[in-house]
Ligand binder design. Structure first.
Ligand SMILES: O=C(O)[C@H](O)[C@@H](O)[C@H](O)[C@H](O)COP(=O)(O)O
Length: 288
């Protein structure tokens, strides 16, 4: 049976505990695990860094540059989908919006998978119609649902004439199905999906038993001009078998480290992706 890129990365590693208590694992040939048209020499391009106190909660894949980050992230996501398709008739994937994941989605769209057996849904959406270039649906259609991935089945949340309550109910009904992977983004303020630090609706979203809620992010800088949104909840995230967090830039890595140090979910909702209830660690892919 074919191994996943991430599994191979872990299988081929040599482990070097450092003086700081951070152990660094150097990957070798992780990209060989996937029959992608791999366009870079992946060997020794990536380090997996695990802060020991959080071992088992997350692994941080540090990539040498944006190209390696793009392809390694896409390969890791494709491997999750492939593994699911080997076991089940369909695979479900949740995807984030924002600017960061566009190149990963373009690379992923070329993965040789049976995309007609893949369902794609959003982690969150701004309350915009799907043909609005600022909507997350537009991002997904433009960058992910291309090439092979054009065969995937996409569930946009918004539609002309659909009220926000209906959109939430429909997304929540679909969101009860298990997803093989949730592709997540994070704002520099530590927001996850559309769960913003100290947002007025945050407690309700955190306590919700539904996979999605409508939120009012007025006053939250990270929400930019789109304060009305629909977001995945912690309940919704628990329906994903694996989580991949895509971040780039020193500012976001620093924010993540502040979040870990603080441990305060209301100030750093990204911590929800780490929760103790998950069976597999969060896989973070980062480059400068
Ligand atoms: O609709 C949104 O704004 C997003 O889904 C959001 O949660 C995003 O993932 C982060 O804000 C990161 O966005 P950037 O990649 O643009 O920094």
């Amino acid at each position: 049976m074919r191994r996943t890129a991430v599994a191979d990365a872990h299988a081929h590693i040599g482990r070097h505990p450092s003086a700081t208590g951070i152990s660094i694992r150097r990957t070798q040939r992780a990209a060989d695990a996937c029959d992608y048209p791999v366009m870079f020499n992946h060997a020794t391009a990536t380090e997996v860094v695990i802060h020991e106190p959080h071992a088992g909660r997350y692994a941080l894949h540090v990539h040498r540059n944006a190209e390696v980050w793009t392809w390694a992230s896409a390969i890791a996501i494709a491997a999750e989908l492939r593994r699911e398709l080997m076991r089940r008739p369909r695979a479900r994937m949740l995807v984030a919006g924002g600017d960061t994941p566009a190149s990963v989605y373009r690379a992923l769209s070329k993965a040789p998978l049976q995309w007609d057996r893949v369902d794609v849904a959003l982690v969150d959406e701004r309350w915009l119609q799907p043909d609005d270039p600022d909507s997350n649906a537009w991002l997904v259609r433009t960058h992910l649902l291309q090439h092979h991935a054009a065969q995937a089945r996409f569930e946009p949340m918004t539609q002309p004439g659909r009220r926000i309550e209906e959109a939430v109910a429909i997304a929540s009904a679909h969101g009860l199905q298990p997803a093989s992977v949730a592709v997540l983004g994070m704002g520099s303020d530590g927001h996850l999906a559309s769960l913003f630090p100290r947002m007025r609706d945050l407690d309700r979203a955190l306590d919700s038993r539904q996979p999605y809620v409508a939120v009012d992010a007025s006053g939250c800088v990270g929400a930019q001009q789109w304060s009305r949104r629909i977001s995945l909840t912690p309940t919704g995230l628990r329906h994903s078998r694996s989580r991949v967090l895509l971040i780039r830039g020193r500012e976001k890595l620093d924010a993540f480290e502040y979040a870990l140090a603080s441990g305060d979910v209301e100030s750093w909702p990204v911590l929800l992706a780490l929760g103790d209830s998950f069976e597999v660690p969060l896989q973070i892919h980062w480059c400068a």
